[in-house]
Design a protein around this ligand. Structure first.
Ligand SMILES: Cc1cc2nc3c(=O)[nH]c(=O)nc-3n(C[C@H](O)[C@H](O)[C@H](O)COP(=O)(O)OP(=O)(O)OC[C@H]3O[C@@H](n4cnc5c(N)ncnc54)[C@H](O)[C@@H]3O)c2cc1C
Length: 492
């Protein structure tokens, strides 16, 4: 049997390991932390369950496929629950908008908030369906290894005006500023600025419309745990708490993986799900290729980081939906500050996660679990002392949630903690504390992103947010499909 190693058990690494093991490759999945999940890590505190990262699960069929490949049923390992509405959007002028794929309810919301945009919205949906077909269905699972693959995709990119931003394209179809924000903010879920991320990302609208928005009972980490169980059931080997320190090479081949504990093993092929800069700069430091790539990557734009306040409250809030966006007073200006200027603005937009409204098992009886997330510039752009700034920002975010939703929040807090850019760096090896790897610009997508198979090291591969198609659960699960295809060809 051929042997493969996957470094990192994020959703990308887990999906790849499952695909390889299912195809008869003896696969070892090596994870630095004590749990699988990567950005979807989990903490248990005072009876509350706090998911670290992703909370919006889309395209459940792409996940289900990992089980059906071996004729198994995902429902045996993971219980997916529908979330409705998908999001409640709330602006400082008091306008709210419930966004979902319930057509009747959505039309009612558009008629209420932006009555003159009903026809424009229909046109936008047609546009989103087109880019979804071209960008996700046709190209989302295909590796872009050479420039000719980009040339082949060019006519479709031109047809859909991929050089324009999501916000610019949405603005072409709808005129109301609330609706423009409601239809463009999604790129933030993959680390992109709606003002500069390619309009191709309007495909997320179609992805959510068709596949729905889901929640894994017990938290998103339960999905990762379910994937790990499937992988081990298939006969794969999972090594937790093993940080890889070096990928050894011989000529143009990778040969062996070495961890901090001294464990070493030879493999026929190796894939990294770790941060792309960490992978080349540290793990391949012994090879010129690692140094060359690290040098190139330094010139690229990495996505912003995130500041997250996790808190458990006394009481329950049936009126606060699972996902709320509390927009701040500025949209473009705020995005510029985060993505371009690298300053910490006084205002912010908050994504508020409230899982207990869907799944009370996330907190003790009569209590509620929340997290409040704000995007912040990464540490390369904003090199501040987060130990000093963190407590102040946490206070301001909780005060804003209190002002807009939970007036007596301070008296109700049972437990709380924060997660800041340096934590992304120390826990995940994320370069400059990035939340989503490389920024998803057109000039950093497809062929211009990390390649699913390395150009020089013939049996070395990437999987996850740093390679095509990019960040987000559907993205990294798709990257695993593209990478698995290449690895299986290479291992023949
Ligand atoms: C707060 C937050 C909220 C998000 N919300 C959503 C959402 O709602 N929906 C959505 O679809 N996406 C969301 N995302 C994005 C999504 O979570 C990520 O894009 C995706 O999970 C990244 O998966 P990945 O496979 O690239 O690997 P990661 O999750 O980055 O995992 C990489 C793994 O590799 C391990 N590793 C790294 N280096 C080594 C080493 N040297 N040795 C061994 N192991 C190593 C790490 O420990 C980690 O476990 C969110 C992200 C964040 C941070």
């Amino acid at each position: 049997m051929k042997k493969a190693c996957v470094i990192g058990a994020g959703f990308g690494g887990l999906s790849l390991a499952i695909r390889l093991q299912t195809s008869g490759i003896e696969t070892t999945l090596v994870e630095a932390r004590d749990k699988v999940g990567g950005r979807a890590y989990v903490w248990e505190r005072d009876g509350f369950t706090f998911d670290a990262g992703p909370t919006v699960i889309t395209d459940p069929d792409a996940l289900r496929e990992l089980w059906t490949l071996s004729s198994q049923d995902m429902a045996d390992d993971v219980d997916l629950m529908p979330v409705m509405p998908f999001y409640r959007l709330n602006w400082t002028d008091g306008v709210t908008f419930d966004y979902s794929n319930d057509e009747v309810a959505l039309r009612r919301e558009i008629a209420r908030v932006a009555p003159r945009d009903a026809a424009g919205y229909d046109e936008f949906v047609r546009y989103a369906a087109g880019v979804y077909q071209e960008g996700y269905v046709k190209l989302g699972h295909e590796a872009f290894l050479d420039f000719s693959s980009m040339v082949k995709a060019a006519p479709a990119l031109a047809r859909y005006q991929a050089w324009r931003s999501v916000y610019s394209m949405v603005s072409h179809y709808v005129k109301d500023e609330h609706l423009r924000q409601a239809l463009s903010f999604h790129t933030l879920l993959v680390g992109g600025n709606p003002m500069t991320t390619s309009a191709i990302y309007a495909l997320i609208h179609k992805l959510e419309k068709d596949g729905g928005v889901w929640w894994a009972r017990g938290g998103t980490n339960k999905l990762a745990q379910g994937m790990a169980r499937l992988f081990e059931r298939l006969g794969g080997t999972l090594r937790l708490g093993e940080k890889v320190v070096q990928i050894h090479t011989l000529g143009d081949q990778v040969t062996e993986v070495e961890t901090e504990s001294g464990w070493k093993q030879r493999f026929d092929a190796i894939a990294s799900n770790g941060d792309i800069m960490h992978t080349y700069r540290e793990l391949l430091s012994g090879n010129q290729r690692g140094q060359d790539m690290a040098h190139k990557l330094k010139k690229k734009r990495f996505s912003p980081s995130l500041f997250v306040v996790h808190f458990g409250l006394e009481g329950t809030w049936p009126g606060i939906p699972h996902h709320t966006i509390l927009f701040g007073p500025r949209y473009k200006g705020l995005l510029d500050d985060i993505f371009e200027h690298g300053v910490l603005p006084r205002d912010f937009s908050i994504y508020l996660h409230h899982p207990t409204v869907t799944d009370p098992s996330m907190a003790p009886a009569g209590k509620s679990t929340f997290y409040a997330l704000v995007p912040v510039a990464n540490m390369g752009k904003l090199p501040i002392d987060w130990a000093e700034v963190g407590p102040i920002l946490e206070k301001r975010i909780l005060a804003e949630v209190g002002r807009r939703l939970i007036p007596d929040i301070d008296d109700r807090i049972v437990t709380s903690f924060r997660y800041a850019p340096p934590d992304f760096e120390s826990d995940l090896g994320a370069y400059n504390g990035n939340g989503f790897s490389l920024e998803p610009l057109l000039t950093q997508s497809a062929y211009f992103r990390g390649h699913n198979r390395d150009d020089k090291l013939k049996n070395f591969y990437l999987v996850g947010a740093g390679c095509h198609p990019g960040a987000g659960i559907p993205g990294v699960v798709g990257s695993a499909k593209a990478t698995a295809k290449l690895m299986l060809e290479g291992l023949k």
